[in-house]
Design a protein around this ligand. Structure first.
Ligand SMILES: Nc1ncnc2c1ncn2[C@@H]1O[C@H](COP(=O)(O)OP(=O)(O)OP(=O)(O)O)[C@@H](O)[C@H]1O
Ligand SMILES: [Mg+2]
Length: 504
């Protein structure tokens, strides 16, 4: 059966006393009774000897009455029950002798002998002319009662002592087990995953105190390991997320590259086909009279051919076959202002155009004309997303710093971020996923080629800039373009010419 430590301590203390107390009681009873008996015997012997001396030295023996008085006095004053003087063969008995008591024949040598509760003493009296013997008997009962009383008191004292011992054992057991119980509760909390409780024990018992210290050190170690594990798990999750993002971007990029290469090849062929069409149409146009219907037809051919060349050029820009742009270190602010000036001329007054550019900004690595093309495309898309051509298009420019990677592999990088935000209809996830694909458009046939964002993407790639989109149906859209700051101009072979009056 399981019992608490405190109960066990009490039981052990009681078991120990069950052995010790009877032995103690027995020892005490021997000592107490021997003491009382010694006092009694000493007393009655002294008394008897005094009486005998009186009889020997005085002349009491000569008077029977005086002997009687002395015997009576002895019986009366000293718990006597029997007094006799045998003088020359003649017994003289005290008048106060107990009726039922008679001389047993010889004196007692020990207390309680014969079980008659009377201690008999015989003393010879030597006095000339007399052969006398003094015989006295004393009651043993008062002494026996005193011994019993003393033993009762001893039992009471021992019982009180036992109670005290049990109470002390219980109190000590509680005091001893309290830190252990606290330790137990704290361990249970730890088992449930709550590591906040300290396992240190405030105990005067060295072993318990040391055990608490060791367990507390273990707990701290456990907390440290746990925190490390949690941090590693979070880091792993982040790394997994980064990895998935990178994979997605890579897949997206590969798809764009495949489509771009294909489109680039087709565009080249088209260019070759379009060149003679344009040339011969222009020649034929010059040779036909202006008012002839053939002249009008040729004009239509030329217009279509020019539009076809525009499309082809867009595809070439997207597929980066248009040749590497000449990158310079430029200040984006005047470039953005120029683009907005051009854009504001194209939109109706129902569209609010807002710009926020709390410059100055660091120079970025880009091409001014192509940057204007990018901004125009983003703003045009924003304008097209507005329902009934009503709403807000805002453009802002901010400096931003990407912190160094935690492992220190990548140093911090500085960017200037261009944001184009609209209050239009936004996009669902499936649309947003495909917007950079060439010829992907949700606009009506004939109104959009689906090449605008492909061109933007191609241009930004050549700058080393990145574009991200944040959109949701009904919430509007924000495109963010991060232009890397042109830090080491010389190292990159860039020049930092000011940009002014840029146009496309
Ligand atoms: N700001 C925007 N809000 C909502 N949808 C947008 C936005 N920008 C782009 N899109 C979506 O992305 C598609 C592709 O855009 P992209 O600029 O490449 O082509 P387009 O605008 O349709 O045609 P193009 O630009 O060639 O005239 C758009 O048809 C539209 O569905
Ligand atoms: Mg567009």
């Amino acid at each position: 059966m399981k019992s608490s430590l405190a109960t066990r301590i009490v039981m052990v203390v009681m078991a120990m006393h069950a052995v010790v107390l009877p032995v103690l009681y027995f020892g005490l009873s021997v000592v107490v009774s021997r003491n009382q008996i010694d006092v009694f015997i000493q007393h009655v012997r002294t008394l008897s000897r005094n009486l005998a001396e009186e009889l020997e030295l005085g002349d009491a023996l000569e008077s029977r009455q005086r002997v009687l008085d002395m015997l009576d006095l002895t019986v009366l004053n000293a718990d006597g029950v029997y007094a006799e003087l045998l003088d020359n063969g003649q017994p003289i008995f005290s008048n106060l002798n107990d009726r039922g008591v008679s001389w047993p024949g010889k004196q007692d040598f020990s207390f309680g002998q014969r079980g008659d509760h009377i201690y008999f003493i015989e003393i010879p009296i030597s006095r000339p002319g007399h052969v006398a013997t003094l015989r006295l008997g004393f009651d043993e009962n008062p002494t026996s009662e005193q011994i019993q009383l003393a033993m009762h008191q001893t039992v009471l004292v021992l019982a009180a002592y036992l109670c005290m011992a049990v109470i002390l054992a219980a109190a000590w057991g509680y005091h001893f087990t309290r830190p252990v119980v606290r330790l137990q509760l704290a361990s249970r909390s730890i088992a449930k995953g709550d590591y906040a409780h300290s396992l240190r024990l405030e105990s005067g018992v060295r072993e318990l105190h040391d055990l608490g210290g060791d367990l507390e050190a273990m707990r701290k170690e456990l907390v440290g390991v746990n925190e490390k594990l949690r941090a590693e798990m979070i880091e792993n999750e982040r790394a997994g997320e980064r990895h998935r993002n990178l994979e997605n971007r890579l897949r997206h990029r590969q798809r764009l590259e495949t489509v771009g290469t294909l489109a680039g090849g087709v565009a080249h062929e088209f260019n070759n086909v379009l060149l003679p069409i344009v040339l011969y149409a222009e020649l034929a146009l010059a040779e036909t009279p202006e008012d002839s219907s053939a002249h009008q037809d040729l004009k239509e051919v030329l217009t279509s051919a020019h539009r076809a060349r525009e499309v082809v050029n867009k595809i070439l820009t997207f597929s980066r076959d248009a040749g590497a742009p000449k990158l310079k270190a430029i200040d984006l602010e005047p470039v953005v202002r120029e683009a907005l000036r051009l854009f504001s001329a194209l939109i109706p007054p129902t569209v609010q155009l807002r710009a926020e550019m709390p410059g100055p900004y660091p120079l970025v690595k880009a091409d001014a004309a192509l940057t204007i093309q990018v901004i125009m495309n983003l703003c045009t898309n924003a304008y097209h997303s507005l329902l009934n051509a009503e709403g807000i298009v805002s453009v802002d420019l901010k400096s931003s710093v990407e912190p160094a990677s935690p492992d220190g592999d990548k140093p911090p990088r500085e960017f200037v971020v261009l944001s184009v935000t609209d209050s239009g209809g936004g996009m669902d996830a499936a649309t947003a996923e495909r917007i950079f694909e060439p010829f992907f458009t949700t606009r009506e046939v004939g109104t959009g080629t689906g090449l605008g964002l492909s061109v933007v993407h191609g241009i930004l790639e050549s700058f080393g800039a990145t574009i991200t989109v944040d959109t949701a149906v009904g919430r509007g859209t924000t495109f963010k373009v991060a232009f890397p700051v042109a830090e080491a101009l010389a190292a990159n072979g860039l020049s930092s010419e000011p940009v002014a009056g840029v146009s496309i």
